[in-house]
Design a protein around this ligand. Sequence first.
Ligand code: ADP
Ligand code: MG
Length: 691
Amino acid sequence: MTSIQFLKGVGPKKAELFGRLGIESLDDLLFYFPRGWEDRRLPARREPLPCLDPAPIIKGKIKSVRDLYTSSQLRIFKTVVETPYGEAEASFFKRHNPRFDVFAPLRKDLKEGRVVWITGTPEDPLFVSRLRADEYYADDDARALKMHVGRIVPVYPLTEGLTARFMREAVYEAVQAGHEAVWDFLPPALAPRRGLVARDLAARAIHFPENNFELAAARRRFIYEELLLMTLAWALKKRQTKSVQKGFVYEVKKTLLTPFRANLGFQFTASQAHAINEIFTDMQAPTPMARLLEGDVGSGKTVVALSAMLLAAENGGQSVFAAPTEILAEQHYLTFERFLKGLGLRFALLTGRMKAAEKKKILADLADGKIDILLGTHAVISDGVKFKNLRLVVIDEQHRFGVRQRAALRAKGDRADMLIMTATPIPRTLFLALYGDLDLSVLKELPPGRKPIKTTEADEVTAFAAAKEEVAKGRQAYIVYPVIEETAEADMKSVKAEFERLKVLFRGKKVDMMHGRMPGELKKQVMDDFAAGRTDILVATQVIEVGIDVPNATLMVINNAERYGLASLHQLRGRVGRGKWDSRCLLVAHARAGDAAERLRAMVQSSNGFELSEKDIYIRGAGEILGLRQHGDMEFKIADMSRDGEILAQTMEDREAILAADPDLAAPENRGLRKKLRDLYAARWNLIDLS
Ligand code: ADP
Ligand code: MG
């Protein structure tokens, strides 16, 4: 591997900056894919069927330049350029510096009569001939014409200290050096069958395409590669999981399950019964369970998980239940207390903020096998947590946990069963592609008697009036804000500031506040007060998003609703509608930039999490929703699940054919795939065993 420092202009300092982007070698740079492209060709050279929007660019002869001061210490260097389409203006802005002339280089380079290229952004979308200038190049600069202007240019994710221009130049060098590009690891039969361009050509064209066709072909090639590797990895993973023998047998004794059902005070829904059945079948099977339980907010996943943990306990096994937040873990603890009463089970709560002595005791008991069920936050994953006989791992709201965290937790047991749960359902192809190693159970219906939640957009005045109404009826309300403290963004309201205001506005009522930066003790106190009905209105951040279950709360007001993704909005809304009263969700939006209007409309129209999730994937892209991006796990470099479904389907077909003929990827033509898989999915992400 040739170090990045091999490049001209890259010393240790710059190398460190590249390192921040995960680039250490020339090959890393070669495969550092652009996040977009700009069409900086002049109109006459653009293709009839462009796939990129033309970027603002001016080419012409400089007619005049002017150096202006503004009152605010800002200096402007204004150029007028003659182009074949008429005169254009480009202005450079710089902060005034009394010690030197900030425009000296410009004055030298942009002399009247010279032919130049200037890029930038239009000051006003209606006047594209007036640019706020960014980069400029002389027309006789042959190098610039190869990489910066007059062509399609790449746009990269950057970090402070690395400019777009420097990055382009560095990548250009890497493309010239082009080592690994020529190593085509795909089995030779695939490229012709799928119409994939040669890898070395793609490696150049992904950065510096000569035209749209080249660009499209290069992207297709790398998207295909990425998806094929991923889908192969999951298939191998599944096979590896299924090839292990658990070495112990479960028996459904019902010594705990029967009294548990009596404690519930309700019947399982048909879906719950079905899911429990599937889970029990898995647990009784000779190979470990790896199952995903999908169910909308409020569909009753917790008692399904509890049933599984009880089966483990009946057979002398320990279970762990991981929840994404402290509040949620504490809520679950209360649920466990209620439903496990009289069963003689020992369960404990472990969170990060617990006192050392308390923690020590729990850890000791756990290692001794004196605890049957451990419930907790991410703290349960930490190294010090050791079990005597961990048989079942349950992960709640799995998108908050990374693939690696899942694996780390499961590794605390010996061939333990795993059940992961989510309220964010995933379309079927995506499920197969991304969670190829999991079996699926779905809770299709909500428990009976749930009232639909009426969702509307509202202004603040209406929302507060609604809160007054509910409180007058003896109900409770949540009012949610996007941030804890005020920020520079004027239209974003904060919990702290609004709490002060709402206390006055709702004088005589009990208003309380909760946010993530409060000490855990206090959070618990606030939550207990609200759950017990001692508080009327809870002003909070998104910390209350998951799992909070207070049936008497009937109103959810979401401020700055435009700031939230659909999944969060739906989760927040799911905090109400849990009792016998009609409930409402009011969305107070302050702006509608981007896809906000679409999201709000979807919320008003649908109360079905499955529908919303499908929409969300199309609005936002899959990575974010599935928590892939969030955890840096298995991030896609170039594929986008919301767009590349067709290529994904092809790779899944090819995967089947490849593995059917050569399950261990041992054949000579598959050796390249095997090496790539080992580098990525075994060495880096530790997902599979490949030696
Ligand atoms: P989620 O799937 O969102 O995690 P929970 O497990 O928190 O949902 O369940 C939501 C509420 O519904 C809880 O109060 C739970 O006790 C209750 N519940 C679960 N199953 C049933 C059922 N079959 N009938 C009535 N209530 C139920
Ligand atoms: Mg839940």
